[in-house]
Design a protein. Structure first.
Length: 97
């Protein structure tokens, strides 16, 4: 069994590789918001996301499918104007501005 440090290092390596892949991989077809697009986050994100930043503007970084594979093109990672990031906002919680 791997130690916590080994598992953490493995996860960081995987994440870093996925972020590098974004630079060379086009966004998947069918996602509603393009990478770099400005969006408005809804005021009410629902009770399960009450701890997320809401009612503000942000910029799309990528979808789950774009970064990690699979077919989830409706979950978005966003970057805020202060440089902080957060994921996974659902497509219906965002609107183009």
């Amino acid at each position: 069994m791997k130690s916590l440090q080994e598992r953490t290092a493995e996860a960081h390596g995987y994440f870093h590789q996925c972020m590098e892949n974004l630079k060379h991989t086009p966004a998947p077809a069918g996602q509603k918001f393009a990478v770099g697009q400005r969006v408005r986050i809804a005021k009410d994100l629902g009770p399960s996301m009450s701890h997320f930043t809401a009612d503000c503007e942000a910029t799309v970084k990528y979808t789950y499918a774009h970064a990690f594979g699979g077919n989830d093109i409706k979950s978005y990672s966003l970057i805020f104007d202060d440089g902080s990031t957060s994921a996974w906002y659902k497509e219906h919680q965002l609107s183009a501005i």
